[in-house]
Design a protein around this ligand. Structure first.
Ligand SMILES: Cc1ncc(C[n+]2csc(CCOP(=O)(O)OP(=O)(O)O)c2C)c(N)n1
Length: 379
């Protein structure tokens, strides 16, 4: 006698009907990163936009090289270079409308400068001079965030608040592959999707979180797949193809602006230089890998496309290089000036109402400065 026969006529009450709350299929990323340059899609790309992207990429690479050189001269404390990732940086800045907000991480100085922030002010934090270094409201650029992924909930909060107020604002938040393992990433994406906030998350998957390769960071099929678990679309894009990154981000921004909610974009790219000037990348990766990525260079890719289409001639290439040299020369000259700093500024803008501890420390520093002594603990 089978178990079912022993049970006789017993039939369990069927559970309440279940179906997925949303169809996951449209949220899934494509199997391959989206590409434009070197494909049929390139013919549809706006030549003016491509030319602008090109000029900014060339300027961006020169800026990275100059900032790295400034660390060697002791003019900059630390610089996390985005060489090799310029397409993501520039596209993220150019895709936004004036009223939108950019939420960068420490690696995203190029995006901040391409958005209009003064190139020296963008480095002030990394020089250790003064808090954020620029007025976030002027160009609607949040501070360069050093604590990983903390900029993401801020972006969601700002975007959600703007929507509640009826303001036409989209927030674009940038984060690295390592940052996707942080709790802040989860909380930000979850609330963004629940609230349908107008946010675009751009993950620059550059292969490493300092020395930790992606394979030791996650077992997900791709970082873009994580979007599905939150109920938002995930898009995969070739992060070295400036035209593709711009197009994918532009779609996501349009969707967010129209009330369609957030999108997670994973850009596949590579950090060509070390994590910062303080890191030795040869200790955890082989040169052959770096060389392979250098052959898929964002500037070369765009230059080939534009030259083939007759949009870029030698004079235009030279003019972009000149613009880049002018930027670097001005950065050098201005960073070589000793800024006049007031040590008391350390305590300004920390809290609207300073805590008793801060007031005490401020008075201690003031007394030491007045006595002409080096602050306690200084050499
Ligand atoms: C909350 C937090 N934990 C740890 C660190 C130390 N840290 C600085 S950079 C970094 C790696 C981040 O890698 P990724 O997010 O991939 O960005 P990338 O540097 O490659 O742009 C870590 C662990 C930090 N800044 N913040």
């Amino acid at each position: 006698m089978t178990v079912m026969e022993q049970r006789g006529a017993y039939r369990p009450t069927p559970p309440p009907a279940w179906q997925p709350r949303t169809d996951p299929a449209p949220l899934l990323p494509d199997a391959e990163p989206y590409r434009v340059l070197g494909t049929d899609a390139a013919a549809k790309a706006d030549p003016e936009l491509l030319r602008r992207l090109y000029t900014e990429l060339v300027k961006g690479r020169r800026y990275n090289a100059q900032a790295t050189a400034l660390t060697k001269q002791g003019r900059l404390a630390v610089y996390p270079s985005s060489t090799g990732q310029e397409a993501c940086e520039v596209a993220a800045a150019l895709v936004l409308a004036e009223q939108d907000w950019l939420f960068p991480s420490y690696r995203d100085t190029l995006a901040v400068v391409a958005r209009g922030v003064d190139p020296v002010e963008a480095l002030t934090l990394l020089r250790g001079d003064w808090h954020t270094g620029y007025d976030p409201r002027e160009h609607r650029v949040a501070p360069l965030s050093t604590p990983l992924a903390t900029q993401l909930p801020h972006a969601v909060g700002l975007a959600h608040a703007a929507r509640l107020k009826g303001d036409d604002v989209v927030a674009l938040a940038m984060v690295g592959d390592g940052g996707t393992s942080e709790g802040d990433f989860h909380e930000a994406l979850n609330f963004a999707a629940v609230w349908q906030a107008p946010v675009v998350f751009l993950v620059q998957n550059n292969g490493f979180a300092i020395s930790v390769p992606l394979a030791k960071q996650t077992a997900a099929p791709s970082l873009a797949h994580k979007a599905v678990g939150y109920g938002m679309p995930g898009r995969l894009v070739d992060g070295n193809d400036a035209a593709a990154v711009h197009e994918v981000l532009a779609d996501a921004v349009r969707r967010a602006r129209a009330g369609g909610g957030p999108t997670l974009v994973e850009a596949i790219t590579y950090r060509v230089e070390a994590h910062t000037n303080a890191d030795d990348a040869t200790r955890y990766r082989v040169d052959a890998e770096v060389e392979t990525w250098k052959r898929h260079d964002p500037i070369a890719l765009l230059e080939q496309e534009l030259t083939a289409r007759g949009v870029l001639d030698e004079a235009a290439v030279e003019s972009a290089r000149q613009d880049a040299e002018t930027l670097a020369a001005s950065l050098r000259a201005r960073m070589n000036q000793d800024p006049a700093l007031d040590p008391m500024d350390l305590f300004a803008h920390v809290y609207a109402e300073p805590t008793p501890q801060l007031l005490e420390q401020r008075e201690q520093l003031r007394a030491e400065l007045a006595a002409g002594a080096a602050p306690e603990g200084a050499q």
